[in-house]
Design a protein around this ligand. Structure first.
Ligand code: PLP
Length: 368
């Protein structure tokens, strides 16, 4: 019997572990909260599926008013298109002929936009799209301070936008600038100021391009930490927030996000009690990631995860504990949801501690 065959309706403690639990009331509240922010804004939400990688959740976001979905990878987009989701931004560069061929194939079935930041790549996309009889919408990515992908703001972006607009098989749709270096700035005041400065670079570049007669219909950016800042700016048309639906240890505690609750935990089992100040659980770094710090223990005062081995987690108690037994369950709050989710095949969606649904994470591992 596969783990996914556990009976819906059982109490969550009966789910075999390690298992990713979704707290449905918390997730639904997060989804609704974000959707209602955008209800009266000019900017609209295009949630980032790199967090959940699940078409069932993407569909819920669309049902709540999202104008489309953002993906980080072509493989993620393929999974969503297969499930019937048809308006997708791949907020990343698609480079190399095998991927470009897949991209133009996918563009036969879905309304795609893709980021570009390089003239050679624009030429390659143009050649493949026109050869395949599709028109691919492109956003020129602008580096607004993150130092990852993107062309410098101003003239360099205008040059690439003009090249894209002249390229057969391509349609220049607009600009994208991701302020990823600012989404975790703890102070809301500082985050707001720096985010507005970064986004001004994007919007000034849009003005420069429009002055040369080229319309810029899409201006896309934003993440969970900046959605309310970027999403309120005049001229921004789309916001790509992803983590908000589950939150995680890194985002929790950032000023201004208190309205969003943790909706994702990792259910684990105690497999050993070496002594009364220590418990060993069946989840290590193959079940939960730790690049943003170790996960925390949910709802057990004085219990702290102090180390992860490949398949073990070590929990230390402040005071001797004689209650917790081998076989008992412990929930961890991941510090980084997106990469932890990538390690799992299923979500176990619970409501008031009862298992309500099991959702495949079909886009997990789809990093090609
Ligand atoms: C291009 C891009 N847009 C948006 C986001 C926002 O994601 P989150 O809401 O999880 O911060 C990310 C995060 O990695 C990203 O890379």
């Amino acid at each position: 019997m596969g783990r996914e065959m556990v009976n819906v309706g059982c109490v969550k403690e009966e789910i075999d572990t390690p298992a990713l639990l979704v707290d449905l009331p918390a997730m639904e509240a997060n989804l609704t909260r974000m959707a209602s922010f955008f209800q009266d804004k000019k900017a609209k939400l295009r949630p980032h599926a790199k967090t959940h990688k699940c078409s069932i959740i993407a569909q819920k976001q669309l049902d709540l008013g999202a104008i489309g979905i953002t993906c980080a990878k072509l493989g993620e987009a393929e999974v969503l298109v297969e499930a019937g989701i048809s308006d997708i931004l791949i907020a990343n560069q698609i480079v190399g002929s095998p991927k470009i061929a897949r991209l133009t194939d996918l563009a036969q079935e879905a309304n795609l936009m893709v980021a570009v930041d390089n003239p050679e790549n624009v030429r390659a996309l143009s050649q493949a799209a026109s050869g395949n009889g599709v028109v691919l919408r492109v956003l020129v990515e602008v580096d607004i301070g993150m130092g990852r992908c993107g062309v410098s703001p101003g003239q360099a972006t205008r040059n690439l936008a003009e090249q894209a607009s002249r390229s057969p098989g391509l349609s220049f749709a607009g600009l994208m600038g991701y302020e990823g270096h600012l989404v975790f700035v703890p102070s809301l005041e500082e985050r707001t100021r720096r985010c507005q400065e970064a986004m001004a670079l994007l919007l000034e570049t849009r003005d420069l391009i429009e002055r040369s007669g080229l319309p810029v219909s899409v201006v896309s950016g934003g993440g969970t930490g900046t959605y309310a800042i970027t999403g309120a700016l005049s001229g921004i048309t789309e916001v790509q927030a992803g983590s908000y639906l589950f939150m995680d240890g890194r985002y929790r505690g950032i000023e201004g996000l208190d309205d969003f609750d943790i909706a994702l935990t990792l259910l684990t089992t105690v497999i050993s009690r070496p002594n009364e100040k220590r418990a060993i659980i069946d989840a290590g770094m193959k079940a939960v990631t730790h690049e943003f710090g170790l996960p925390t223990v949910k709802g057990r005062a004085g219990a702290k995860l102090i180390a992860l081995a490949e398949e073990h987690g070590i929990i230390q108690f402040e005071e001797p504990d004689n209650q917790l037994k081998v076989g008992d369950k412990i929930e961890l709050i991941p510090s980084h949801g997106c990469t932890t989710i990538n390690l799992h095949d299923f979500y176990y969606a619970t409501r008031h501690s009862l298992l309500e649904a099991i959702w495949p994470i079909a886009g997990r591992g789809a990093f090609h």
